[in-house]
Design a protein around this ligand. Structure first.
Ligand code: 6OG
Length: 175
């Protein structure tokens, strides 16, 4: 029945720079209260790369590279979500907060005692590590691939318990 499902296309873009990743805290709308990359819907007349040029959300322009393609299917939801993931390690402009997203830097390397010095960013403050408990449940699966520049395709299926979605199964391949 999947072939009869509507597919909604979204983008998500991440700045990964000097062992840090920029995430946005979503202040409203879909995924409110979660950290995610910057992006949104792909409009019918634009390509996903155009849609991912997320100037309105993060304040910056960046040469985005395609990093992966994900399909999410959820119990009781009549459409599937296709999310194209992009990354960049350079950007122009100043990162700014919007009505929708509050940008924050996180350390992209696992916290070990020897990495403590590398974790320093900006004013010499240690950045927190990636807040997976406040992110979509499937993010820990593909995040290491994003960080290590390994391109991927994947699909995650969610079951539903009221308003809560639980990761049921997950498949991915590196490409
Ligand atoms: P607006 O509708 O607010 O954009 N999104 C997901 N991101 C991850 N990591 N996992 C998911 O499911 C997601 N489902 C949707 C795509 C919504 C934003 O939320 C992302 C869009 O960037 C497991 O414009």
């Amino acid at each position: 029945w999947l072939s009869y499902m509507k597919i909604k296309q979204y983008t998500n873009a991440f700045i990964v720079k000097d062992d840090h990743v920029l995430l946005g805290y979503k202040k409203r709308g879909f995924g409110k209260g979660k950290y995610n990359g910057f992006g949104g819907k792909v409009e019918p007349e634009e390509t996903s790369l155009q849609a991912a040029g997320c100037k309105e959300e993060s304040g910056v322009t960046a040469p985005l590279e395609h990093a992966g393609s994900l399909l999410f299917v959820s119990e009781g939801v009549e459409c599937a979500f296709q999310i194209e993931i992009y990354r960049t390690d350079t950007y122009e402009g100043a990162i700014t907060e919007s009505d929708e997203m509050r940008p924050e830097w996180f350390s992209a390397i696992a916290p070990t005692s020897s990495s403590a010095e590398v974790n320093l960013k900006g004013e010499g403050q240690a950045s927190p590590s990636i807040p997976f408990s406040q992110m979509w449940e499937s993010d820990p699966v593909w995040f290491p691939l994003l960080i290590s520049k390994q391109k991927f395709v994947g699909r995650a299926d969610f079951t539903r318990d009221g308003e809560e979605f639980k990761l049921h199964r997950w498949w991915y391949a590196t490409v």
